[in-house]
Design a protein around this ligand. Structure first.
Ligand SMILES: NC(=O)C1=CN([C@@H]2O[C@H](COP(=O)(O)OP(=O)(O)OC[C@H]3O[C@@H](n4cnc5c(N)ncnc54)[C@H](OP(=O)(O)O)[C@@H]3O)[C@@H](O)[C@H]2O)C=CC1
Ligand SMILES: O=C(O)C1=N[C@H](C(=O)O)C[C@H](O)C1
Length: 267
């Protein structure tokens, strides 16, 4: 039995992970946290997320409950994830991190922590996107030199980071496949008299609005044809199930930094 704590358990992702955890017989929800002073602190998390009483009370003190768990599942925000990771590191607990938007330096801190605890981190925990990452690598290797590559992502109006973690991961996978340094070739905005498109650039564009769960399209534009590869998430449950799968997978592993490709056996 893998014992999990969901941090940010009333959030868009946290609430679905908490609710769906009851479908997994080999997972046990032993804790749920929210930000200090949250209105629902002390209430049963099950009644908040719509699965009935769980006997797990929402708390704002992860430090008091962390010893009960094997894995912490964290879809919160950059700063809170880094704080949770510090505690997980001190108490030797595994983590599944879905939070996006980390800087290179912050990823460095996560890498450092993973020398002592196992961490699965992925900007997108759906099977579809992780399979796409593999396919994109293959297509980019064949077409990358001749075709213009552009990525467009769309998300709900409440998303805070841009471009999405998934779009950035796709851009990294593609730029590695075509031997380009993403920092040198990424183009995030176009306006004014910008001149012709350079051959090597990789465009990454962001759209925000309404309740879009998450959509990513990668274009390979050639002469006389183009390929468009799109992934559309229609429910957050696809990410939530991936996170729960990752918690089962990472439990009992030794230290190391892993991603969803490891979890899904796609490497
Ligand atoms: N990897 C993946 O597959 C996916 C990743 N994401 C990423 O997950 C993250 C969260 O997304 P989403 O669920 O939409 O965001 P939400 O804002 O809905 O959820 C985040 C939750 O975490 C809470 N929180 C903030 N600080 C703390 C803290 N210190 N302790 C405990 N809880 C805290 C927030 O509280 P409050 O509202 O009070 O701030 C909120 O309830 C984003 O980075 C997003 O990009 C999203 C979907 C899929
Ligand atoms: O914030 C979101 O909602 C999502 N974030 C992830 C990202 O930044 O890639 C994954 C998903 O598309 C939803």
């Amino acid at each position: 039995m893998t014992k999990i704590i969901v941090v940010g358990a009333t959030g868009r992702m946290g609430s679905r992970i908490t609710a769906l955890s009851k479908d997994y017989h080999d997972l046990k929800l032993v804790g749920a946290t929210e930000r200090k002073g949250h209105d629902a602190i002390g209430r049963d998390i099950g009644t908040i997320v719509g699965i009935g009483e769980t006997n797990v009370k929402l708390t704002d003190r992860l430090e008091d409950i962390i010893d009960n768990c094997d894995v912490i599942i964290d879809f919160t925000s950059i700063n809170s994830t880094l704080q949770h990771m510090k505690l997980a590191h001190e108490r030797k607990k595994a983590m599944v991190i879905g939070t996006t938007g980390f800087s290179k330096e912050e990823i460095g801190h996560i890498e450092e922590a993973s020398k002592n605890i196992p961490i699965v981190i992925a900007p997108n925990m759906s099977v579809g996107v992780n399979l796409l990452l593999k396919v994109l690598q293959d297509i980019a290797k064949v077409l990358g030199d001749e075709y213009d590559i552009e990525i467009v992502e769309a998300h709900h109006r409440l998303k805070k980071d841009a471009p999405s973690g998934t779009a950035m991961k796709m851009a990294h996978v593609i730029s590695n496949a075509v031997n380009r340094d993403l920092d040198e070739v990424a183009v995030y905005t176009r306006k004014g008299l910008i001149g012709e498109r350079t051959k090597k650039e990789i465009g990454i564009q962001t759209i925000r609005g309404g309740d879009v769960v998450g959509e990513h399209t990668v274009f390979f534009f050639g002469l006389g044809e183009r390929i468009e590869i799109t992934h559309k998430a229609s429910s957050r449950d696809t990410f939530a199930r991936g996170a729960l799968k990752a918690a089962l997978w990472v439990s009992g592993r030794t230290s190391g930094l892993y991603d969803m490709q490891d979890v899904l056996g796609l490497k």
